[in-house]
Design a protein around this ligand. Structure first.
Ligand code: IMO
Ligand code: MG
Length: 430
């Protein structure tokens, strides 16, 4: 049995966690691993059995699964303080964490407070200000630190040297105000490090052995295809590989290990942060925007789980979805928030773009070209009925069924799961 990957097909926040939750709880996936990103990700986890509603960031969403093993893999970046906060939050919900159910890769990179400060001082793309870019930068230029550093007797010296280099950098950026007190930071780190140390191990070897033993394994994607450092709308991207191949690589798994790739798409789609958004709702669609955005703080509303920022909202973009299909090789598609489309007369779906007066059907390679594209829409008839909580495809209004089939036919990939509400159980399985 191979591994299944759950990957974002758009600009993030597609509701990947819904399907992760389903696979962990209903299909009894044993191991769930994050292979990319850090606490820039944000997924709201609802566990009605425990009465839990938590915003998790780096913690894998399998943490509420019975006997699930959660891995934070080689390709991730870990801020020890934020991670300890997540551990506390999860434990407060009654989950007992141990080195058996939570394993952090010794190869993962460390995000320090100064990475966050540098992010704040230098960001140009509307980052989550969590220090993700600067951490991956240090990794790429080989001045970064991996979690393994904390098992060295002289770790305070080594980490102190990086703090000091970052302080110098902040001074050069004319942001002396953002420099940190190194002794104070080291003292704070001591506490957080003591908490995570028992969980740090060689997750690559663990995963490899488990895979060989036939254990079921899920790769939990963070961010999304269009935020991928290689394939997204560069430079308006995150700093890690967020596609199926990238996440496998980030867990140290060979590409052949992944046999099922679920691409997650939200209807309507959203983007937070800067960068092109071809199918963005227009000013005349302001009422629709407000209906789809919901109310900040309420379940399923379109405000960032990490930053609280309002998300931009747009129509489903099949040109982009086809591109995501090329990069990831989806075997299944999962759609979320179909219920939000109820009561909209005519549903637009982008099926091509106009670029400099020419109709194109493929995503341009350069972001500057994408920025010049306008969407060409197919308009599908909507439906009035409230479909919240519907769990059988055949119970959907015929126009809702047609809408899903339109997406399926365009992408030539089966839509196997459809979200119909904010609760875990609001799900159609096909
Ligand atoms: P999940 O896992 C949506 C966006 C940021 C910014 C860009 C770079 O919840 O889908 P970064 O802090 O990563 O350097 O910011 O990427 N971004 C996300 N947008 N969902 C996410 O994660 C995101 N993680 C990063 O808004 O535009
Ligand atoms: Mg999110």
């Amino acid at each position: 049995m191979g591994a299944v990957a759950v990957v974002g097909g758009q600009y993030g926040d597609e509701g990947k966690g819904k399907f992760v939750h389903y696979l962990v709880h209903e299909e009894n996936i044993k191991i769930i691993g994050r292979g990319n990103g850090g606490c820039n990700a944000g997924h709201n986890v609802y566990d009605p059995e425990r009465g839990v509603a938590l915003a998790l960031h780096l913690m894998p969403s399998g943490i509420f699964g019975k006997d699930t093993v959660n891995i934070v893999g080689d390709g991730t970046v870990i801020n020890p303080h934020n991670f300890v906060e997540e551990m506390d939050a999860v434990e407060a919900c009654g989950v007992e964490l141990s080195p058996n159910n939570l394993k952090l890769s010794s190869r993962a990179h460390v995000t320090l407070q100064t990475h966050r400060n540098i992010d704040g001082a230098t960001d140009k793309v509307g980052s989550t200000a969590q220090g993700i870019g600067p951490t991956y930068r240090d990794k790429a230029v080989r001045s970064g630190l991996r979690l393994e550093v904390f098992s060295r007797p002289d770790w305070q010296q080594v980490v102190g040297a990086l703090f000091s280099a970052h302080n110098d950098e902040l001074a050069l950026l004319n942001r002396k105000d953002l420099r940190v007190d190194i002794d104070e930071e080291l003292k704070k780190l001591e506490k957080s490090v003591a908490r995570i140390i028992p969980h740090i191990c060689d997750t690559l070897t663990y995963l490899s052995n488990e895979l060989a033993n036939g254990s079921s394994l899920m790769l939990e994607g963070a961010q999304a295809t269009m935020l991928d450092i290689n394939h997204g709308t560069y430079p308006f991207v995150t700093s890690s590989s967020a596609t199926a191949g990238g996440i496998a690589m980030g867990l140290g798994l060979p590409p052949t290990a992944v046999t099922r790739v679920i691409g997650v798409f939200k209807l309507p789609m959203t983007r937070v942060g800067k960068g092109p958004f071809t199918t963005l709702l227009t000013d005349v669609e302001a009422d629709l925007h407000d209906k789809l955005a919901g109310i900040k703080g309420e379940k399923g509303s379109e405000f960032g789980a990490t930053t609280g920022r309002a998300r931009s909202i747009g129509w489903m973009d099949l040109v982009m979805a086809k591109y995501a299909q090329r990069v990831n090789g989806f075997t299944d598609i999962g759609l979320t928030k179909l219920d939000m489309l109820s009561g909209i007369n005519s549903l637009k779906v982008a099926t091509s773009y106009m670029l400099d007066g020419i109709e194109i059907f493929d995503m341009p390679a350069d972001t500057s070209s994408i920025e010049r594209c306008t969407a060409v829409y197919a308009e599908l008839a909507g439906w009035e009925e409230d479909i919240s909580g519907v769990s059988n495809f055949s119970d959907l209004p015929i126009n809702a069924q047609k809408y899903v089939q339109f997406i399926e036919d365009y992408l030539m990939v089966p839509v196997t799961m459809i979200g119909t509400g904010a609760n875990n159980a609001d799900l159609i399985k096909r």
